[in-house]
Design a protein around this ligand. Structure first.
Ligand code: FAD
Length: 314
């Protein structure tokens, strides 16, 4: 199913929905552990999951493998991230073919981060320069088979802080054929809502999916926020800093802060949230619990795991 249809359904029914993002682990054991966790987290009721794209070699292959695993064996609707970093057109086509064969119908088209050993991003010899070019290529090659999402930056991105220019480039990606936008993580919800208004003023009408980063520990919270250069409201620091050495207290306070942020977003009319799980279940589960969004006897999971159903456990 296309993500745009899932988002339209959430809009129509006014029922909140959510999705999870995972990244390919470095070791074979890590991959196995993640599959088990993905299966457990299926029971939280995500509408779809994203698998991020790591630049080059084995990590890139793993993204494709994980998409196959999610689609074919876990019965999860997967959105495959695909970037232009170190990707000539043949490699792009190969990845798209694998996604197509796995039954995947959703791609998040990105330019990509620079590889670890390079500071500046450079296009591959016969590759694409901007996410917009990748969107155009996917549309030209596959028509409407893939639903295509693109990235949005409520607080600017590393190589561009000019909001007007970024909005012009976002519009180009949508005009090229993208049908939804997923944002970078943020904690300043007022700024996010201001940015959404500006996106709409720019004539961009496709759904915006906010990227939510739950809080697992104080150190990881600060590290990620600093890495993304995202603003932390003073109130959050005032509440989290005094308990920074107590992970349990940080998670408890963090879940309330993040859930309050989610409620504010929903109150503004946005129905779908995308959780950056960082491949862990606990912090995301705590936020969903706080929001009362986890399946319950009164609100059962709509589709139990397909293999459990076929064995009569569903
Ligand atoms: P683009 O939209 O192509 O923009 C890149 C830069 O080029 C910007 O500065 C933009 O302003 C500029 N630009 C765009 N069009 C033009 C134009 N026509 N003329 C001049 N300048 C232009 N990275 C990964 O490696 N793997 C992932 O899986 C991944 N997933 C992500 C998911 C989300 C939701 C987000 C928000 C980011 C993700 N990233 C990922 C990071 C992303 O690849 C980087 O932020 C990257 O630096 C920019 O990607 P983009 O798709 O936004 O690029």
């Amino acid at each position: 199913m296309h993500i745009r249809d899932m988002l339209a359904e959430a809009e129509r029914t006014c029922e909140p929905s959510f999705s999870f993002e995972y990244f390919p682990p470095k070791t074979a054991q890590g991959v196995q552990n993640l599959y088990e966790r993905m299966e457990r987290m299926y029971n939280f009721g995500p509408k779809f999951i994203d698998i991020t794209w790591g630049a080059g070699g084995r990590v890139a292959e793993l993204t494709c493998e994980m998409v196959v695993q999610a689609q074919a064996y876990l019965g999860l609707e997967a959105c495959m991230h695909l970037t232009c970093t170190d990707m000539g057109v043949d490699k792009v086509n190969d990845a798209l073919r694998k996604a197509y064969k796995a039954g995947c119908t959703n791609i998040l088209a990105l330019r990509g981060d620079p590889p670890r050993d390079k500071e500046k991003w450079e296009a591959a010899d016969d590759g694409f320069r901007y996410a917009r070019d990748l969107v155009l290529h996917i549309r030209k090659t596959y028509g409407d088979h893939f639903d295509i999402g693109v990235a949005g930056y409520p607080e600017g991105c590393d190589d561009n802080k000019d909001e007007d220019l970024l909005l012009d480039h976002l519009k180009e990606k949508v005009d090229a054929g993208a049908t939804f936008i997923v944002t970078q993580m943020f904690y300043d919800v007022d700024n996010f809502l201001r940015w959404v208004k500006r996106v709409r003023e720019h004539g961009i009408t496709v759904p915006i999916v906010p990227g939510i980063m739950p809080i697992a520990t104080y150190a990881s919270f600060l590290r990620r926020a600093n890495h993304m250069k995202c603003k932390i409201p003073q109130e959050w620091m005032d509440k989290l800093e005094p308990v920074k050495n107590d992970d349990v207290a940080v998670r408890e306070i963090g879940k309330t802060l993040v859930a309050d942020m989610c409620r504010k977003i929903l109150a503004a009319g946005i129905r779908h949230l995308h959780f950056y799980t960082m491949n862990l279940a606990q912090a995301t589960r705590m936020v969903l619990e706080e929001l009362d969004w986890l399946p319950s006897p009164d609100r059962p999971l709509k589709q139990p795991l397909p293999w459990k159903q076929s064995l009569g456990f569903g």
